[in-house]
Write a protein of this length. Structure first.
Length: 347
């Protein structure tokens, strides 16, 4: 029996966890793909093995809208339109439409977070797009229970499936862990936060927490490792008005995936003060490397793991106290789907 053909819409996926998952998924569905719409900002040479079916979509609203609508029109009754970028088509599709939602603003988790004007306008347009296109969707897929609840609250008549998805290497590592395993002990003075500088990642409050730790503990203040570009790092330090903390904060700049894993293994803990996530891939990466987790006490953290310590991400004092009381215990829940398993579910 031949497998169902897939039309893949993935413009907008060009950095972060979404790109990691896209790269891991493509080899398992490529022989079924009738068309692929990828983000034009991606390095094309890294997708050379998939090149024959790819349409590169520029970062323009009209180009993206026309792209997903074209895929919808080309999708036949016995085929699937898989929208991996959270955005459904605005026209009726004869095939099944599955939308994988992994951006927090589609369910309002971004409310109260400060973004630049361009981002606020984009979120507004995309949320309107999402709401109009939802009537053409057969199933929404999400990664956590909190996303599932939030989506069902906004769209109570839709089907929302919990489909937590990680790449093959991470899935294998997670499944090798026993639920009663404890992380290996690390050097007690290094914490790592692998994240870019978008507003909900909450670097400003984290830096303020480190200023407090430095002023209180002096040379015994733990090191904080960040992965920001130089401009964003400089702006964040200036906005946080840090001085005592400066020698204790090391900005590594953007890292490759293998460098992230190595830094996690060499750290005492992952610190994750994000204020809004649909998944939070670094939490799972920390689990896979048996690195302790200090995370925001928000639903998304508990959906993904049991942190060793939690805190109020809006409070620098709460973050600082979590670091101070950190004792390094972790409970593991390795029930995540691999790329191969996700591919089998696209039908």
């Amino acid at each position: 029996m031949s497998k169902i053909k897939i039309h893949l819409s993935a413009f907008g996926i060009h950095v972060g966890g979404g790109l990691i998952l896209l790269r891991s998924l493509l080899p398992y569905i490529y022989d079924r793909l009738e068309g692929i719409a990828l983000d034009g900002r991606l390095a094309r040479e890294s997708f050379s093995e998939f090149e024959k079916n790819i349409t590169w979509i520029p970062k323009r609203f009209l180009s993206r809208l026309l792209s997903v609508n074209k895929l919808a029109r080309n999708c036949k009754k016995a085929e699937v339109l898989f929208c991996f970028n959270s955005l459904p088509p605005l026209v009726k599709c004869h095939g099944r439409v599955i939308v994988y939602v992994h951006a927090p603003h589609f369910v309002g988790l971004h409310v109260g977070i400060k973004y630049d004007l361009i981002s606020r306008i984009r979120f507004l347009v995309e949320r309107l797009w999402f709401r109009i296109g939802a009537k053409h969707v057969n199933e929404f897929w999400v990664q956590t229970e909190s996303m599932q609840r939030a989506l069902l609250e906004s769209f109570p008549d839709t089907i929302v499936r919990l489909m937590p998805f990680v790449d093959e290497d991470l899935a294998k590592s997670l499944r090798s862990l026993k639920s009663d395993e404890k992380p290996l002990h690390r050097h007690p003075s290094v914490y790592f936060y692998p994240a870019d500088g978008v507003g909900h990642k909450n670097h400003l409050v984290l830096l303020q927490a480190w200023e407090y730790l430095a002023s209180k503990h002096g040379n015994d203040c733990p090191k904080l490792l960040l992965t920001l570009n130089l401009q964003i790092f400089s702006q964040a330090c200036k906005m946080a008005s840090i001085s005592d903390a400066v020698p204790h904060i090391i900005n590594l700049g953007p890292l490759k995936r293998e460098e992230v894993f190595k830094t996690l293994r060499d750290s005492n803990g992952l610190i994750f003060p994000s204020r809004a996530e649909t998944f939070g891939l670094p939490l799972l990466e920390a689990m896979a490397t048996r690195t302790s987790i200090l995370a925001s006490e928000l639903d998304f953290s508990r959906d993904v793991c049991t942190p060793d310590q939690t805190f109020d991400p809006c409070s620098w004092l709460s973050i600082a106290r979590a670091v101070e009381r950190h004792i390094g215990l972790i409970q593991i829940f390795p029930n995540y789907l691999s790329a191969a398993e996700i591919a089998d579910e696209i039908k």
